[in-house]
Design a protein around this ligand. Structure first.
Ligand code: 2RA
Length: 340
C-alpha cells in the first residue's frame, strides 16, 4: 500500500534532492515515477538504491497518480500542474508561478500547516522561495512569542539556487583563476568566483529585485501581512547552502536568552550558538541536512525590542525539496490525503 508519486523535473538539482529525501524519509510510496523533459529521456535518476528510468512529461498520463512534486520551473508548472490537478493528482510545486494565487496554499509546514486545508481548490500547493522558507522557520516561533514588527534581512545565497550551470560556472571560474585562463561568464553577468553579486532574479521598478520582493510577499502570505520587511539578496561563491543575517524588531520585549530557548525548542530549528571561534554554523556544514540552523543570537540595543540572528540552511533541502516532501507528509498527518 502507498501512494503513486511523480517527481516532475527529476533530473534537476531540486528534483534529484526530492527523490533522495522521499527515500531517506521512507515516504509511503507504492511507486515513484521520475519525469523530465524529452531531452532527458534515456537518463536515469536515483531513488535510494533504485535506478529509475526517466519518462517524458509531454506524453505522460497523470491519471492514477496521487501526488506530483514539481521541480521544473514556472513554465512547466503553468502548463502541466492544472492537467495533473484535474486528473485528481495533488501537485506540490516548487516554482514561483502559483505562490501568490489566492486559491493556492503557500506552505512551510512548521509555519502555516493549516493553510493546507484549502489545497483542493486547484489541487495545487505552492512551495515558497528557498530564502523565505528558512527565514520563516526561524521567525515563526519568535513572532508567536513577541510579535514581529519589522525585519531587515541580508541573504548570502549559494549558486545552486541558480541551477547546475551556475555550479559549473563557479567551479570553472575558480579553476581558471588558478591556472590563469580567461574567465567565462554565462550564467552571471559578473564574475562569481571570489566575488559577490547583489542581484538575484530580475530588477523591479522600485530598485529591488524579484528575489527581495518574494521574501516580502511570501512572508505576508504565510506569516503576517503586518510585518514590515526589507531584504537585500546577494549571490555568493558557495555551492550549496543559503545564509541570512536577520535583524528583527518586536512589539514586545524578548531577551536573547528567551529567544535562544524558544529557537532551541522550535520545529525544524537547530541552534549552534557559542561566543567562541567556530561556535556558529557556516553553509558548507549544513549541506545534506534537514535542519534550519541558527547562530549569533544577540540583542539589538539600538531599538526598544531588537534581536539579530544568523540563519543557515541547505537551500536544495529545506529551501525546496525537503519542504515539498514535508508538505506531502503534512497532508497525510492532517488526514487531508489518504492512500487510494
Ligand atoms: C535562488 N531563491 O537562490 C532563488 C531560486 N532558487 O536563485
Amino acid at each position: 500500500m502507498g501512494f503513486r508519486v511523480a517527481v516532475v523535473g527529476a533530473t534537476g538539482n531540486v528534483g534529484r534532492e526530492v527523490l533522495n529525501i522521499l527515500a531517506e524519509r521512507d515516504f509511503p510510496a507504492s511507486e515513484i515515477i521520475a519525469i523530465a523533459s524529452r531531452k532527458s529521456i534515456g537518463q536515469t535518476a536515483m531513488y535510494g538504491d533504485k535506478e529509475l528510468k526517466v519518462v517524458a512529461l509531454d506524453t505522460f498520463d497523470p491519471k492514477g497518480v496521487d501526488i506530483a512534486l514539481f521541480a521544473a520551473g514556472s513554465g512547466v508548472a503553468k502548463e502541466y500542474a492544472p492537467k495533473f490537478g484535474k486528473a485528481g493528482c495533488v501537485v506540490i510545486d516548487n516554482s514561483s508561478h502559483y505562490r501568490m494565487d489566492p486559491d493556492v496554499p503557500l506552505v512551510v509546514p512548521e509555519v502555516n500547516p493549516d493553510a493546507l486545508k484549502d489545497f483542493a481548490k486547484k489541487n495545487i500547493i505552492a512551495n515558497p522561495n528557498c530564502s523565505t522558507a528558512q527565514m520563516l522557520v526561524a521567525l515563526k516561533p519568535l513572532h508567536d512569542a513577541a510579535t514581529i514588527k519589522r525585519v531587515v534581512v541580508s541573504t548570502y545565497q549559494s549558486v545552486s539556487g541558480s541551477g547546475n550551470a551556475a555550479m559549473d560556472e563557479l567551479f570553472t571560474q575558480t579553476r581558471a583563476i588558478f591556472v590563469n585562463d580567461p574567465i567565462v561568464k554565462e550564467v552571471y553577468t559578473k564574475q562569481i568566483a571570489f566575488n559577490v553579486i547583489p542581484h538575484i532574479d530580475v530588477f523591479m521598478d522600485d530598485g529591488y529585485t524579484k528575489e527581495e520582493w518574494k521574501m516580502v510577499a511570501e512572508t505576508h502570505k504565510m506569516l503576517d501581512p503586518n510585518i514590515k520587511l526589507t531584504a537585500t539578496a546577494v549571490r555568493v561563491p558557495v555551492f550549496v547552502g543559503h545564509s541570512e543575517a536577520i535583524n528583527i524588531e518586536f512589539e514586545k520585549p524578548l531577551s536573547e536568552k528567551d529567544a535562544r530557548k524558544i529557537l532551541r525548542e522550535a520545529p525544524g530549528c537547530l541552534v549552534i550558538d557559542k561566543r567562541e571561534d567556530g561556535g556558529y554554523i557556516t553553509p558548507i556544514e549544513c549541506v545534506g541536512d534537514f535542519a534550519t540552523y541558527i547562530s549569533r543570537i544577540r540583542e539589538d540595543k539600538t531599538v526598544d525590542h531588537g534581536l539579530n540572528i544568523w540563519v543557515v540552511s541547505d537551500n536544495l533541502r529545506k529551501g525546496a525539496a525537503l519542504n515539498a516532501v514535508q508538505i506531502a507528509e503534512s497532508l497525510l498527518n492532517q488526514g487531508l490525503l489518504k492512500v487510494s
